[in-house]
Design a protein around this ligand. Structure first.
Ligand SMILES: Nc1ncnc2c1ncn2[C@@H]1O[C@H](COP(=O)(O)OP(=O)(O)OP(=O)(O)O)[C@@H](O)[C@H]1O
Ligand SMILES: [Mg+2]
Length: 449
């Protein structure tokens, strides 16, 4: 166990030693960081009396954040008035004790903290083992909420619209809804609306009769008809050209299709799930997407949380992917180094789960040791061990605050700017300097105030 205290108490250390702990003293946060090089599970006792300077608090937070150590804080009551310390205890410590407290109490709580840490490892292993190939991993509140929604949606036939950044699991969610519905024995047919040019899309969706056009040598059943009785997944619906939107809307209203070159209308019973990473509010505002179609598609809206907002799931997913692909390497890879885990928490994951899968798979192949490092993941710039200038720190914090405000307000600049206490013009400029203006935002910004 690590005993982090400016003035460690010998009697306490002796007592803990007698009760089976191997006590390692750390008189400063830097000392503690040095002791925490290994990934083994351990208990930690942090003595908060005397307080910490603002500079130390940052480093202390990095120490406490370590997931392989179960921290217990001991603190005089007055320290609990300090909001910064309260937050650290609440977010990172297994428990805390107010001084004065007995050695027995400390020993007892440390035992529990250590036990919980070893249990956590077990949890990760369990949640990985319990999932089959295509199941979704997620323990954070947002994912648990998503799972509840998926279960509820299995019981209805309502059209579902799934919004989320690329690689967040939109298709997996659509499939999960299908598999939990009455339609699970019927087909799940996915069509990528963005990948097919308009003139082919009509025949892809609705099929054609023999002789409908030159080269139509035989009848072809479209995807909508093929999904009969089951679920039709319209992926990248935001990229559907306007002309095709009209025919899709007609089908949704009537529940009938006509094959190209055919005369009969054929009734088709399908459940519609659609998804896109495009902001459809913007697209509708700009006239690129029909509002009447959107209202048909979006009876229930599901928002897929971005990976960076999933907390501990980042680590759980990384282990899951490692478990799945570890046999790609001849080496027996045991896990991730502590700084790799830290880097994964610091990184923004623009490509979300898909990017996580790619990075971990690459790391498995590249790794030279038995633990995957931040470097193997290509994330060595995201560990806090690197010296960071104040200017960099400010810039990072600014970028993070802007990203979060944009996320909260689904990229509505006026609201985000208001939250941040700056003007919309300033926000727009800052987004530019932080590289946060992609095509979507740019077009959005042309919208009049
Ligand atoms: N919660 C999760 N648990 C495990 N694997 C996941 C999870 N979410 C997504 N994946 C995996 O991540 C990859 C990307 O998922 P999916 O294709 O569903 O994302 P998407 O949102 O449709 O992406 P895109 O916008 O790029 O089409 C897939 O390999 C999927 O199996
Ligand atoms: Mg997809």
């Amino acid at each position: 166990m690590i005993y982090l205290s400016r003035q460690p108490r010998d009697d306490l250390a002796d007592y803990l030693g007698e009760h089976g702990w191997r006590v390692q003293f750390a008189r400063s946060v830097a000392d503690a960081s040095r002791l925490m090089r290994s990934d083994d599970a351990a208990a930690g006792l942090v003595d908060l009396s005397g307080g910490f300077s603002n500079r130390d608090l940052g480093a202390l937070e990095a120490c406490l954040r370590r997931t392989n150590i179960g921290w217990v804080a001991v603190t005089p009551s007055v320290q609990l008035d300090d909001l910064g310390l309260r937050r650290l205890i609440r977010n990172y410590c297994f428990d805390y004790l107010k001084q004065p407290c007995s050695n027995e109490a400390i020993n007892f709580v440390l035992g529990h903290a250590f036990g919980m840490i070893t249990l956590c490892d077990f949890d990760v292993a369990q949640s990985v083992a319990a999932t089959s190939d295509d199941e979704m991993v997620g323990t954070c509140d947002a994912m648990q909420q998503l799972f509840r929604t998926i279960r509820k949606l299995g019981n209805t036939d309502a059209s579902v619209f799934i919004a989320g950044e690329s690689g967040t699991g939109k298709e997996l969610t659509a499939l999960a809804i299908h598999e939990r519905s009455e339609r699970k024995k019927a087909p799940f047919v996915a069509i990528n609306c963005g990948a097919i040019p308009h003139h082919l899309l009509q025949s892809e969706l609705f099929g054609y009769e023999r002789g409908a056009f030159t080269g139509a040598n035989q009848r072809k059943i479209g995807r909508v008809e093929a999904a009969g009785g089951g679920t039709l997944f319209l992926d990248e619906i935001g990229d559907l050209p306007l002309e095709s939107q009209a025919s899709l809307l007609r089908f949704l209203q009537e529940g009938k299709i006509e094959r190209l070159g055919g005369r009969d209308s054929i009734a088709v019973d399908v459940r519609i799930i659609s998804a896109t990473h495009v902001d459809l509010d913007v697209a509708m505002h700009e006239g690129r997407f029909r509002a009447d179609l959107f209202h048909r598609l979006c009876v229930v809206r599901v928002d897929e949380p971005p990976l960076r907002a999933r907390g501990k799931d980042i680590e759980i997913l990384a282990h899951h992917v490692l478990q799945k692909f570890r046999s790609d390497s001849a080496r027996k890879i045991r896990g991730f180094t502590a700084s790799a885990i830290e880097a994964m928490y610091n990184y923004g994951w623009p490509g979300n789960v898909r990017e996580m899968i790619n990075r971990v798979r690459r790391a498995i192949v590249m790794a030279e040791g038995r633990l995957l490092s931040a470097e193997d993941l290509g994330l060595d710039h995201f560990t806090s061990q690197l010296p960071i200038t104040l200017a960099q720190a400010r810039e990072d914090a600014e970028r993070k605050a802007i990203e979060q405000a944009l996320l909260r307000h689904r990229h509505r600049l006026n609201e985000a700017a208001m939250d941040l206490g700056i003007s919309r013009v300033t926000l727009y400029r800052l987004m530019g300097s932080h590289g946060l203006r992609d095509t979507d935002e740019r077009t959005f910004d042309e919208e009049p105030d």
